[in-house]
Structure formats: C-alpha cells, structure tokens
Design a protein. Structure first.
Length: 432
C-alpha cells in the first residue's frame, strides 16, 4: 500500500493461418455520388445492379459488352472523369470480363479503379486469374444486396490499404462469410448508462452498434441504413418499443423482409414475453442484461444470418414446388418488392427473344449460339427466383458446351413447360 506493485506475465500465441481482414461497416453514405461502371451483356442483370446502386445514391453507367465498355472508359477519360469502381460480368461473348479486366489494369489511365468480377458460373482457376489481373473481388451470381455492399466496401477499403502496403487480398464470398457472425446492430435505448454498457459489450465482441434514443429515432435510422438486428428497449419516450416494433412489422408486410428484434425490459412482468412475441419480436432479454444471455441471442441470430446468406438454409415461406422462389428472391433483394416487380417486367420483355434464339439455334444446330442464349436465360431467370427454369437452361447450356445439340433439343421441351408454369405464376403474383 502506498508504493504500488510491479509484475509481468507472458502470453504465447500461435501464428495466424491467414491474415486478418478489416471489416468495413455497411454504410451506404460512404458510396454516395461514386461513379461506377457496370458491364454485363444480360439486361436483367444490368437492371438489378443499376437499381441497387442507385438506391445507395451511387451513379452507375452501363455497358452491354467489353468493347462498348472500352469506348465508355475512353469517353469518360476525354471528359476528365473516371470510374473509381467497375463491376464486370465474367462470361460475355467476344470479350469476356477477364480480358476487359486485363485491358483496364494495363491502361495507365484506368488501372487505379477497383475492379470486381461477378460470375454466374465459377470455373476452377478464376480466383487465381483475378489475383493475377489485380481484380479486387470475385463473387458468384445472383449476389445479395448486403453481400454486394460488404464486398464493395471491403474491396475499396482493402485497395486503399494495399496502395500503402502490399497487393490487396481477393474479396470472395468465402472471405465475406468469415465475418458474417459480426452483426450491425441498432440499439434502441434511451438511458445513457444502459447505452454505454450495451455498446461496450457489443463492440468487444466485434459487432458494430448504432444507437437510437427512442422508437421514432429507430424508425428514422431504418430509413437510412441497414441492420442485422434491433435490440429494442420497451419503455422509451415519444414512441415505445411495442409501437416501434408494430410499425416495423407493418412495413415488412409490404416488403416481404424480416429484421430480427430482441426486446429489452427492466420490468419482467408476467405476460411480457408473450406480448413480445405477439407484436412480432423474435426474442426477449431482461435488464440488467446478462452477458451470457446476450451472447447466446446474438449467436443464434448470427448463425441464422450466415446460414441464410450462405445458402445453407431454406428461407421461411419458400414454396419448394412453386415456379418462383418469392421469399428467397425478396430476401436477396433486401425485401424490395418494387425492385422485384421491375425485374419481372424486364424479364417478361427479354425472355421471349432469348427463347426464340434458343429455338433458332437448335434448328440450325449452332452449339455456340445455343450455349450463349441458354446462358443468358439461366442468369435472367435466376435473378427473378425462377430456379426450375434456370436449372433447365443450365442443362441446355452444358449440353451445348459439350456439342450435344440433339440432347439439348430433347431438354428444350421441359424448359418450355417450366416457362409456361413460370409465366402463369408470375401473372398470379402481379394480381396480389
């Protein structure tokens, strides 16, 4: 006492097997007004990407081919503009995404751009080619909105770090999955002490936390940002947790999404838990929050998030025998029903021409043209959740690639049957 103490200790760690990645928070504001070039020969894919990027206040420009993209890049250079971000489709006729990426990275005026490759059919060696060409990210389609944002922000952040240090690490679906148990959490809590305790606990576990002081501010935060979970205090001024939850669930009835909400209350009264479930909450915690209980809830939600995003679980509401996986598609589009309806209209206008090209290619036994047309239909139908049509188109694509046009012709009959079923179901969805 009065003199203090001197002590030491030693901790022994094993070396990491892989370098750590800085997790970039999902904040659309960091992307506002950024110019981005989207290169894809599929009109539906372009429509999806443009809508998503515009929702994030980005400024997308599209090109339907590698050759057209080269013209666009040079025109932008002539106007003194540039594209900090370029999204490329890997499979395109004449000039594929890899050839275009090589052109971009060799050109002194374009090489500073962050290039991301999107592929509907990943091939062995694609990741290695991306690394060789300096491509920052490689994802397989269809890509979820949240996954795309994480990939863009991570690729931009990693690229900036690499400019100061070494070559950037390739962002892939696998590398993003490593950080999926880290959640972006909205904490709805009016008490400053409770806020501090919860934020410190959550941040120590690697989660990102945004605080809202009442129910109204919670709804405002949801208008401008996306979250994996809400921790909702029940007793708050202006709008309490019950009212805020009801407002969120009412809006989700039109969008088709579902954001997990966990109630937090200092008054564990009889019937409170039942009331939480009745208004649409997913779980229930009593205050003061016990660390172990909080971690258990976060682990359950984090595991569910990783499983759904990784395709390891069936999305609730998915109709396995239906022609359209509406729930799964809305989940991928972050519940944006308006975007889904727009995509259906683009698909309806584009599909007949593609099918006619498939039919004509079969008639003249043109395997190359057949492969290209079937590939286009496979990608478009997958984007609107028409999984059976996409699978049938993929079969024809693979048969055409092998030069077996006669077998592809036999498979075409089942594709037409699936298309009839699909258009009938799309018509029924449009009247709901």
């Amino acid at each position: 006492p009065g003199k203090g103490s001197c002590f030491h200790f030693t901790l022994r760690y094993e070396l990491q097997k892989s370098p750590s990645r800085t997790v970039v928070p999902r904040d659309p504001e960091t992307l506002r007004n950024m110019r981005v070039l989207v290169v894809d020969d599929n009109a539906t894919n372009r429509q999806i990407l443009v809508k998503i990027l515009e929702n994030w206040r980005m400024k997308p420009t599209t090109s339907e081919s590698g050759a057209r993209a080269m013209v666009t890049l040079n025109e932008a250079k002539g106007l003194g503009r540039n594209f900090p971000l370029i999204l490329l489709d890997a499979q395109m006729p004449e000039m594929d995404g890899f050839a275009l990426a090589e052109y971009i990275k060799r050109h002194p005026d374009f090489r500073a751009a962050t290039v991301m490759m999107l592929s509907s059919a990943g091939q062995r060696g694609d990741a290695a080619r991306c690394r060789e060409l300096g491509v920052s990210a490689y994802l397989t389609k269809p890509v979820r909105q949240g996954e795309l944002m994480d990939a863009i922000l991570t690729a931009l952040g990693t690229r900036a770090k690499a400019d100061r240090e070494s070559a950037p690490e390739l962002v892939t679906r696998h590398s993003l999955r490593e950080s999926r148990h880290r959640l972006r959490i909205l904490l709805a809590e009016d008490n400053a002490v409770n806020q501090l305790v919860a934020v410190r606990l959550l941040e120590k576990c690697g989660h990102t936390v945004v605080v809202a002081a009442n129910g109204k501010k919670t709804l405002e935060a949801l208008e401008h940002d996306s979250f994996d979970l809400i921790l909702m205090d029940i007793q708050m001024p202006e709008m309490n947790g019950w009212e805020a939850t009801q407002a969120i669930r009412e809006k989700e009835e039109t969008t088709g999404g579902h954001l997990p909400i966990v109630a937090m209350t200092a008054h564990a009264m009889k019937g409170d838990q039942e009331k939480c479930i009745a208004v649409g909450m997913d779980d229930y915690l009593t205050k003061p929050i016990r660390t172990a209980e909080l971690m258990q809830v976060l682990e359950r939600i984090g595991s569910r998030k990783a499983a759904v995003e990784g395709g390891e679980a069936t999305v609730p509401g998915h109709l396995e025998n239906g022609a359209v996986d509406l729930a799964g598609t809305l989940e991928r589009l972050d519940g944006d029903r308006e975007l889904f309806d727009e995509l259906v209209q683009v698909f309806k206008s584009e599909c007949p021409g593609i099918v006619e090209e498939i039919r004509a290619s079969l008639a003249r036994a043109d395997a190359a043209a057949l492969e290209h047309a079937a590939h286009a239909l496979k990608g478009s139908s997958a984007q609107v959740g028409a999984l059976a049509v996409s699978a049938a188109a993929m079969d024809i694509e693979n048969l055409a690639c092998a030069g077996n046009v006669s077998a592809a012709a036999e498979r075409f009959a089942s594709l037409e049957a699936e298309l009839r079923r699909l258009f009938s179901e799309l018509e029924a969805l449009s009247t709901r």
